[in-house]
Structure formats: C-alpha cells, structure tokens
Ligand binder design. Sequence first.
Ligand code: URA
Length: 216
Amino acid sequence: MTVHILNQQTSIINQFLSEIRDVVIQKDSMRFRKNMERIGEIMACEISKQLDWKEKDVTTPLGIAKVPVLASQPVLATILRAGLPLHQGLFNYFDKAENAFISAYRKHATDGSFDIHIEYLSSPSLNNKTVLLSDPMLASGASMVLGYQALLKKGNPKHVHIVSVLGSAEGVEYVKNNLPSNTTLWIAAVDAELNSHKYIVPGLGDAGDLAFGEKE
Ligand code: URA
C-alpha cells in the first residue's frame, strides 16, 4: 500500500483541518460538513492525477481543442454516516460516478469493549473498476478494513483508494498491514494516539455527531 499524508506540505487543506479540529468552530455543524466536503474535493483533485485519462476532441466555437478527459469514472464508496460529507466532496468532482454505501456500527459488550459489524451494503459491480472508499476517521482501522472486505463481495476492483481525513498512527499501520498492494491511502493528517474508547487524540471528537447531531 502507498500512503499519502497531505498535511506534510502546507496547503489550504491545513486551514480546513484546523477548523474541523477547533472545539469552538466545529460547533457550527454546517461549517463542519462544508469543511469535510472541501477536504473531499482536494482529495478528488489529488487522486485524479493517478487515474486513467484519454484524449478527446472538443468542439469549441472557434475550432477543435484536444483535451484530456477521464477514461472512466471511479466508484465512490463510503461508510455511513460520518462519511457522507467527505463523500459529497468527492462526488462534486467525480460527478458521474457510481456510488456504494456501507453501514458499520460498534456493538458494545457490557465491559465497554466493542466489535465493529457491517450491517448493510449497497453497491454496483466493482469488477475491474477503480474504487474510492471514504471514511473521515481512521481510528483503529478496523471499520475501514471490514468495509473494504465487504466491498469485495461485489467484485474485484482494479485499484482501491482509501480516503480519510484524520487517522491514528495505529490505524494507518493496521490498514497498511491488512490491505493489499493495489490500494493507496490518502489521509489529511495522522495523530499519535488513540484513547481507551478508540477515539483519536487530539483528533476532533465524533465526526458523525459533529456533522449530523448526537445519537441516543
Ligand atoms: N470516530 C470518530 O468520529 N472520531 C474518532 O476519534 C474516532 C472514530
């Protein structure tokens, strides 16, 4: 697996990251969703450089322009519900993409530990397609790997780009060790720690709650 960590260079992505982390600014949930979406758009632009392109003759009012266009659109897959704003950012740019949705939840035991379960998958056939699988928080990495494995029931993709916003060092190691070589990880920033509830520290808190409100 190849790993790209985008905050290693100073770019506008760091501005959006600072706002989604900030305990005051992140309370504006419309701004939080918009910043996630904007990070998705930056990721789409970066990933597009690695997709397949072909040349097209485009008729302008004054002649013919030879321009590169995408040879095919990727499939955009995301993990509900926190992934939705990031997915929307990717979809803004790959606007003719097919889409896949996975729902994963933490099943808690009485001792406070939990397992992650996949309960729903809606996906087109993935055979020989390029897939962008997004989830903003790569905490332990377990839901990303389970989501990836669930997608394989829908065919063998040519390449899977994993798209995340914040990760823990442990989560990045986990996906590196559990995903094959035809995968690439794109992540905006990686923090050192996970706490006992498997939240990223300093992280940003609960991305799903910040985007959509607290759940029971
Ligand atoms: N999910 C979140 O929303 N935040 C974390 O820190 C970890 C998982």
